[in-house]
Design a protein around this ligand. Structure first.
Ligand code: PLP
Length: 618
C-alpha cells in the first residue's frame, strides 16, 4: 500500500499514533527518548506495529522497538526510508507540537546517532532486562510506590508494573541463563516427557494452541510444551509416558477435592444416563441456585458457562440497572478473556486496549485504577456517580499477599453511596477461601458476585449471583401465577446453548451438598495446612538467601521468581511436581501431608540445582 503521506504529515501521524497508543500527549514525547523510558511497553509496541502495518503497509517486528526503531526519530527515519520519502541520512525528528510551551526549548535536535550506538545498545539491553522483569516479577517486587490513578489527571506510574495476562512473545535470548545447565535439563525432560513433546510437535501445524507457547523463551524452547495428562486421580496426574506427578495446578483451581472425587463422579455418571437434554431445563438447576444462595448469602443466581462469560454478564447487568456506562477495574487483576475488561492504563493515564484485535472503543468506558491504593478510593468518591460498577478480584490471584480488608470495606461504603454496583469476581476465591467466599472472609457483601471453577465440579460453569436488584435484569424479577403480576424489572439479553447444562448442574449439586455437609472446617483445615507449608518455605528461602518469595491466600499459593529462575519449574517437573505456566498453585483436600513433604523436598532440591548452576547470584 502506498501511503498518501508527505514526510511532514508522516511524522505528524507517527507522533499522533504513538501518543494515541501510549496515552501520552504528543507534546510530552521527547523524540529522542527511548520508548521504554517514556513508559511504553511491549503491548504498546504490538499495537504501534499493527497500526503502522495497516496504515502504511510497512512491516515491523516488535523486537525492532528495542533496537533500530527505539525512538520517535529512529522510527520515523526508518519509515521514511522504507517508504522512500527521504533518504535516511536526512531524517529529522518529528515535529512535536507545543514543546516550546512546556520546556522553553524548541523540538529541534541534532543528534548524532552513530556516536551513541554503543551506549544505546547498553541502555537497550538494560531496558530489555528491566522490561522482562517488569512483566514477570510479581507483586512484592512491583507494588512498591503506588501512583495516583485517577484517569482525569496524569498517572505518573509507568504501565506494566502489575500483572498483565497478555505478553509479547519473548524472541531474544537472555545473557544470564546458564546454557549448559539448561541443555542438560532439557535433555532429561525431553526423555522423560517424550510423548508430550512429540505429540505437541506432531499436531502444532493444525492445532492452534496458545498454551503451547506459554512461557516461551528461546533460551529453553526445547522445554516449552504444556504437559499432557492421560489420567488424574486425587492429588496426582499421569502423563502419556506413565510418569506420575503431584499436581499443584489442580485444574487451575477447579479441583478443591482432588481429581476424580467419588461423590462428583457418581453424580455425573448418574446424570449421563439421563441423556443430557438441552433446551428443556434441568430439574436440578433450581435446587443448585437455592444451595448457592444458602452457602453464600446471595439473593438470586443465574447460570452461564465460564468465568469469562460470568464477568461479561455481570457488567452488562450493572450497566442495565444503573443506566451508566463506565466501569472501574483494577490493574493486576485477572477476570478472564472478555475484551471489555482487558484494558491497561497508558503512560498518559488514558485507558487502552490490552490486546491486538481489541479496538480502542471496547474499553472506552473502562477506568483502570491501582489496587489497595487510597487514590483509587478518592477516585470512586469523586466519580462514583458516573460508574455503573467497580469490578474487584478481592484477592488478586497474581498478587496474593495483598488482602485489603479495609480497602474493600471502604469501596463498599463508597459504591453504596453512589449507587454503583460492587462486583466481586470470586471465580477463584469462591468456595475456596470459605464456603461463603471472599464476601464471608472479609465480611463485605457485594451487589453482584461471579463464581466458576470449583462449583462446576470439573465441568464448565460460570455463575452470576447477587442482590435481586441486579440479577433481576436477567429475567425481569419476581412474579407468580394466578394474579396480575409480571416480570416488571428492566431486563437485558443473556443467552447460551449450554447454560444449565445437566451434567454441570449434577456436578455442582454434588459439590454444594458436599460443602454443606463438611461445613467451613473443610476450608479452614486446608487453609491452615497451606499457610504452614508456605511459612516453612518462606523460612527456607530466607535462610538460604534464595531470591524467591512465596505467599498464600487460603489454599492458593504463588512463588515469585526472577524471570531466569523460572527454570525452577522445569526442575520441579523433572522431580515429579507439576505447575502450569501461569504458576498459580493450589492445594486440595486430596493432598496428604506426605504429598506436601514431597513438594517441599522437590522445591528445595530444584532451588539447590539452580543455585549450583550459579543462577541465583548471577
Ligand atoms: N475471574 C477470575 C478471578 C479467574 O481467575 C478466571 C480464570 O482463571 C476468570 C475470571 C475466567 O474464568 P474462565 O477461565 O472460566 O473463563
Amino acid at each position: 500500500m502506498s501511503p498518501a503521506y508527505s514526510n511532514a504529515t508522516l511524522r505528524e501521524r507517527i507522533v499522533e499514533l504513538v501518543g494515541d497508543v501510549s496515552g501520552l500527549s504528543p507534546s510530552s514525547i521527547d523524540p529522542n527518548a527511548n520508548f521504554f523510558s517514556l513508559g511504553l511497553n511491549s503491548l504498546m509496541f504490538m499495537q504501534i506495529r499493527d497500526r503502522i502495518e495497516r496504515e502504511l503497509g510497512v512491516e515491523l517486528a516488535v523486537s525492532q522497538f528495542t533496537n533500530d526503531v527505539s525512538t520517535l526519530v529512529k522510527l520515523t527515519g526508518y519509515l521514511e526510508e522504507r517508504l522512500a520519502l527521504v533518504p535516511s541520512s536526512e531524517s529529522q525528528p518529528p515535529p512535536v507540537p507545543d514543546r516550546s510551551d512546556q520546556t522553553g526549548r524548541t523540538g529541534e535536535t541534532s543528534l548524532d546517532l552513530s556516536s551513541l550506538s554503543g551506549l544505546d545498545t547498553l541502555f537497550r539491553r538494560q531496558l530489555d532486562v528491566l522490561e522482562r522483569q517488569n512483566e514477570i516479577l510479581l507483586s512484592a517486587f512491583l507494588n512498591g510506590g503506588g501512583a495516583a490513578p485517577a484517569p482525569s489527571r496524569p498517572a505518573p506510574a509507568p504501565p506494566g508494573k502489575a500483572y498483565v495476562p497478555f505478553k509479547a512473545i519473548v524472541t531474544s535470548r537472555s545473557s544470564g541463563v546458564a546454557q549448559e545447565h539448561v541443555e542438560a535439563l532439557a535433555r532429561l525432560l525431553g526423555e522423560k516427557c517424550k510423548s508430550t513433546k512429540d505429540l505437541t510437535q506432531k499436531h502444532r501445524r493444525v492445532f492452534g494452541n496458545n498454551r503451547a507457547i506459554a512461557g516461551f523463551r528461546p533460551d529453553w524452547k526445547e522445554m516449552v510444551y504444556p504437559l499432557i495428562a492421560a489420567r488424574a486421580d486425587g492429588s496426582r496426574i499421569w502423563d502419556p509416558d506413565g510418569n506420575e506427578y503431584i499436581d499443584l495446578t489442580m485444574g487451575f483451581g477447579v479441583a478443591l477435592f482432588g481429581h476424580n472425587p467419588a461423590f462428583v463422579m457418581e453424580a455425573i455418571r448418574a446424570e449421563l444416563a439421563n441423556g443430557m437434554p438441552l433446551g428443556p431445563l434441568s430439574p436440578l438447576a433450581g435446587e443448585v441456585a437455592e444451595l448457592i444462595a444458602e452457602l453464600t448469602g446471595v439473593e438470586r443466581v443465574a447460570f452461564f458457562n465460564s468465568g469469562t462469560e460470568a464477568v461479561m454478564v455481570a457488567l452488562r447487568l450493572a450497566r442495565t440497572v444503573t443506566g451508566r456506562a463506565r466501569v472501574a477495574i483494577f490493574s493486576g487483576s485477572f477476570h478472564g478473556s472478555f475484551d471489555g475488561i482487558l484494558a491497561i492504563r497508558g503512560a498518559g493515564g488514558r485507558t487502552l486496549p490490552m490486546l491486538p484485535g481489541s479496538p480502542a472503543g471496547i474499553v472506552a468506558d473502562v477506568i483502570v485504577l491501582d489496587y489497595d491504593d487510597p487514590a483509587s478510593l478518592d477516585y470512586v468518591a469523586a466519580h462514583g456517580g458516573e460508574l455503573a460498577a467497580v469490578l474487584v478480584e478481592p484477592v488478586q490471584s497474581r498478587h496474593v499477599e495483598i488482602q485489603p480488608r479495609d480497602f474493600l470495606h471502604r469501596l463498599r461504603e463508597l459504591t453504596a453511596a453512589s449507587g454503583t454496583a460492587l462486583i466481586f469476581d470470586e471465580v477463584i476465591t469462591g468456595f475456596r477461601i470459605h464456603p461463603g467466599g471472599a464476601q464471608a472472609r472479609f465480611d463485605v457483601r457485594a451487589d453482584i458476585v461471579t463464581y466458576g471453577k470449583i462449583i462446576g465440579g470439573g465441568l464448565p460453569i460460570g455463575i452470576v449471583a447477587g442482590r435481586a436488584e441486579f440479577i433481576d435484569a436477567v429475567d425481569g424479577g419476581m412474579w407468580q401465577y394466578g394474579d396480575e403480576s409480571y416480570p416488571a424489572k428492566k431486563n437485558t439479553f443473556v443467552s447460551g446453548t449450554f447454560c444449565h447444562h445437566p451434567l454441570a448442574m449434577a456436578a455442582a449439586r454434588a459439590v454444594l451438598l458436599h460443602l454443606r455437609r463438611e461445613g467451613p472446617k473443610l476450608q479452614e483445615d486446608l487453609n491452615q495446612r497451606t499457610a504452614a507449608f508456605v511459612t516453612r518455605m518462606a523460612d527456607l528461602f530466607r535462610d538460604r538467601s534464595w531470591p524467591i518469595r512465596i505467599a498464600c491466600f487460603g489454599s492458593l499459593f504463588r512463588m515469585d521468581l526472577m524471570p531466569d529462575h523460572e527454570l525452577l519449574y522445569y526442575h520441579l517437573l523433572d522431580k515429579g511436581v507439576y505447575v502450569w505456566e501461569g504458576r498459580n498453585c493450589f492445594l486440595s483436600t486430596a493432598h496428604s501431608d506426605g504429598d506436601i513433604e514431597a513438594i517441599e523436598t522437590a522445591i528445595r532440591a530444584s532451588a539447590e540445582a539452580i543455585e549450583r548452576a550459579g543462577l541465583f547470584h548471577h
